[in-house]
Design a protein around this ligand. Structure first.
Ligand code: ADP
Ligand code: DP6
Length: 332
């Protein structure tokens, strides 16, 4: 069976122009309703829909240009990478989806304004920016929805990084992935805030991909996840549209904790959250009892992300002095 994204790329590449240098940006995103578990691992087709908020100017800047050395080049944050590093080979495998056997040597230069591989979704912004830059480099006429479908092949969460603001990725049902791509949820919520509370921004011990697959394969609690996650995603989309912050926060936090519960039940267990992460959660829950309205969400890493409204920003900053606050609707 033909893969929908690959078919789309092949069709667009049949009318490609000669490669020229092209730069693109994509924001990273944090899921408020998580993607966890795949029905097709090769295509990153999810078992449930998910909904995210993009991180404004926190993301990836990527340039794709013809290489002047006759060989591929990959650099990350100003440092040239050996082509056999896993970062470079994953990026070049993705590039190969476009150029195929044509072997046009390219120079990929990327900068992350977020820590790489630390559970802050660099894979999402990285593959979305690479998709945009490749489409620009080859002059491909693809819509953002089509680019979302393609970015998914690099990393599932990348399908949500083509837009700012709230974005929903519908799981789709087609075996070839034709209906599994994201779309923006057009709600402007200028007072919406995210805080990243850094716990450890170094590379994590295992990738989201490995953690997700291991959970699906071994966790007896995973059985309950896909249906609940789908319900959460629909509820969270409704609360975003209604701008019901309390209901949104409660559901987002519960959804993240349920995802981590599936991992804790995996055999052997996976624990991305460490003692410091739990102590921040405890501090949040105590502060909430005293009236601070903020909710937590956590991904495949120990860092804690909070969501709250602008009116709580100064209380958040005094409760968590190292919190980095992002206004997702204020971006360049
Ligand atoms: P994270 O939590 O940061 O998404 P993952 O382990 O899930 O961590 O993904 C990190 C991987 O994403 C990197 O090893 C690399 O393969 C890819 N990645 C990150 N940044 C970029 C980028 N700017 N361009 C291309 N790929 C990237
Ligand atoms: C916990 O998108 O990184 O951040 O599709 O295997 O590349 P792959 O996984 P990835 O997983 C993200 C998992 C998550 C939840 C989410 O972003 O929805």
């Amino acid at each position: 069976m033909n893969d929908a994204a690959k078919t789309l790329i092949a069709r667009a590449m049949s009318e490609a122009s000669a490669p020229t240098s092209f730069s693109a940006y994509a924001p990273s995103n944090i899921a408020l309703s998580k993607y966890w578990g795949k029905r097709d691992r090769a295509r990153n087709l999810p078992l449930n829909s998910s909904l995210s908020i993009s991180l404004a100017d926190w993301g990836s800047h990527t340039q794709v240009a013809p290489s002047d050395t006759g060989q591929d080049q990959v650099s990350l944050n100003g440092e040239a990478l050996a082509l056999d590093t896993s970062f470079a080979s994953k990026a070049l495998n993705f590039v190969d989806l476009f150029r195929g056997n044509n072997e046009t040597p390219l120079n990929i230069t990327t900068k992350n304004t977020i820590p790489t591989a630390a559970g802050l979704a660099s894979s999402a912004s990285g593959f979305a920016a690479l998709t945009r830059a490749l489409c620009g480099c080859f002059g491909l006429d693809l819509s953002e929805a089509e680019m979302s479908l393609i970015a998914r092949l690099g990393s599932g969460s990348a399908s949500r990084s083509l837009w700012h603001g709230f974005v929903r990725w519908d799981k789709g049902v087609a075996e070839n992935g034709a209906d599994s791509f994201a779309h923006p949820v057009s709600v402007d919520w200028p007072d919406f805030r995210i805080a990243i509370i850094p716990v450890d921004t170094g590379p994590k011990s295992h990738s989201s991909r490995d953690g997700m697959n291991h959970t699906v394969d071994t966790s007896p609690l995973f059985e309950a996840w896909p249906a609940q996650a789908e319900k959460d995603c629909n509820a969270i989309e409704r609360f975003v549209r209604e701008k019901d912050f309390t209901a949104l926060g409660q559901h987002a936090e519960a959804n993240a904790l349920a995802m981590h519960a599936t991992m804790q039940a995996a055999r052997p267990a996976i624990t991305y959250l460490n003692a410091r992460s739990w102590s921040i959660l405890d501090q949040l829950w105590r502060a909430r009892q005293k009236g601070l309205e903020a909710y937590a969400t956590m991904d495949a890493g120990p860092n804690i992300k909070l969501i709250f409204e602008a009116k709580s920003a100064s209380d958040i900053q005094s409760e968590f002095p190292d919190a980095q606050i992002i206004a997702p609707f204020e971006h360049s």
